[in-house]
Design a protein around this ligand. Sequence first.
Ligand code: G3P
Ligand code: CA
Length: 286
Amino acid sequence: TDEPKVFLPYTKPTLIAHRGASADAPEHTIAAYELALKHGADFVEPDLQMTKDGVLVCLHDTTLERTTDVAKVYPDRVKEIRGKKTWPVAEFTLAEIQKLDAGSWKDAKFAGARVVTFQQMIDTVKGKAGIIPETKAPEVYGKLGLNMEKALMEALKANKLDTPGADPKTPIIIQSFSAASLKALRKDHGCKLPLVYLLGAGEASKDELKRTKEFADGIAPNKALVLARPGLVADAHELGLSVTVWTFRSGQTGKFKSVREEMAHFLKELKVDAVFTDNTDQFPRK
Ligand code: G3P
Ligand code: CA
């Protein structure tokens, strides 16, 4: 038929480990990624930033202070940005960043955990789960002469993961809040991998979905947007867009009694295709 084919690389309700098993281990550390695999994650999510010397590292923030001891190790390298003391990732080389402790902020038992490069993340997950890298703040790096999309495609190519189905055990989906980043991947870097556009609150009319379809294969809406906009999942599916929703975490479950119940509602009643969750051990399998 001429019905658009829904892009669904999933064979079952899909568990995406958000920053690894980040409820139980420090986000984006090897410990968090390994725990996600132990919990049976279908995909593991690395957010990507870039070091001063152009290496992709797995960090959510553009700055180092929330998840490392950078303030203690490099007190003199502080920048004051809009009245806030901060240590931007892009001002440190990989070697400098690798001196930092990325585990203690979560719990003393994780002391000594390191910031992970994208390559180390791939080495940990490849053959065991899919990977859904997010190009984070690519415009910040662009202004510094660093090209995040190029670096991402080169890294995937070096690991023979740059085409759909290249490693059936390690499907790759690229996600971004930046439409420009997704478009650059397709147009400038010949990326044929599935692309997912992240949506915050207050977006996603049917017309917007149609425009999204021109450069992406799926949407990843905030869960509040899915609740606030009835018909969003059906409209997306009708256009052939997959729907992967974020972020499910214990303690932020709204009217739901538990994160498990909340994820079950989204997967079974609202028919979303996948959930990003910090609480990977709470994923409802039945
Ligand atoms: O990528 C899905 C979700 O992680 C988006 O929000 O800020 O946690 O990267 P954030
Ligand atoms: Ca993310």
